[in-house]
Write a protein that binds this ligand. Structure first.
Ligand SMILES: Cc1cc2nc3c(=O)[nH]c(=O)nc-3n(C[C@H](O)[C@H](O)[C@H](O)COP(=O)(O)O)c2cc1C
Length: 196
């Protein structure tokens, strides 16, 4: 499966790292593009250093799965994800900032991540957006309704506790598992409801 993964500047970098790992383990070919703010959040939340260079931050992020991942700059309009003619099975933006979600909802596309999302919608392909913000303004809520109506799945970064989470890692796995469910990928990241 060929998956585009956009990483933007919302809190939730551990979800992106775990998702990348899970996609690689599932044998997916992954094209990864992180926004400038996304890189800053990854540097802050995963490596404890907001000033870590973009190159070093991305190198550390993809290291565990580097054979499965190709990195793209957010201004790389020659990337396959900039066009619907490229064969891509699914697009995920995780985490998805409210800025990126609002831009997608507006139809504007000023970087590769927003363009890829727009391509997914116009081509009728799977698009999973994973926002995180709280509380939500009327504008956030309306934008989420708009992208849902346009065909995207809004998979809020809101882990459930009912599967018996014992660690932060379990909570991360819960959300990543639900994301893989959307892509139709098998996994055992979380105990399913009704399962012994
Ligand atoms: C450490 C950090 C955490 C942030 N957390 C969030 C968040 O949870 N949700 C959100 O919508 N924006 C958050 N922001 C703000 C976005 O990064 C900012 O709006 C940025 O312009 C988004 O750009 P992008 O969508 O191109 O990544 C955060 C910024 C930083 C530096």
């Amino acid at each position: 499966m060929h998956v585009f993964l956009g990483v933007t500047g919302a809190s939730g970098a551990p979800y992106a790292a775990r998702l990348l790992e899970a996609l690689g383990e599932a044998g997916c070919e992954v094209g990864l593009c992180a926004s400038r703010a996304g890189i800053e959040v990854v540097a802050t939340e995963l490596y404890g250093d907001a000033r870590l260079s973009a190159d070093e931050t991305l190198a550390r992020l993809v290291e565990p799965m580097r054979d499965a991942v190709t990195l793209y700059d957010e201004r790389d309009w020659h990337a396959p994800y900039a066009s619907g003619s490229a064969k891509v099975d699914a697009y995920v933006i995780c985490p998805c900032s409210m800025g990126t979600l609002g831009t997608i909802a507006s139809g504007a596309m000023s970087n590769l991540i927003q363009r890829a999302a727009s391509v997914a919608l116009k081509e009728g392909r799977k698009l999973v957006l994973c926002p995180r913000e709280t509380p939500l303004s009327l504008i956030h809520l309306e934008n989420m309704l708009r992208v849902r109506q346009a065909g995207a799945v809004v998979l809020f970064l809101a882990p459930g506790f009912y599967a018996g989470a014992a660690s932060v890692g379990d909570l991360v796995d819960f959300v990543v598992g639900r994301c893989l469910d959307q892509l139709g990928l098998e996994h055992e990241l979380v105990r399913r409801w009704g399962q012994e």
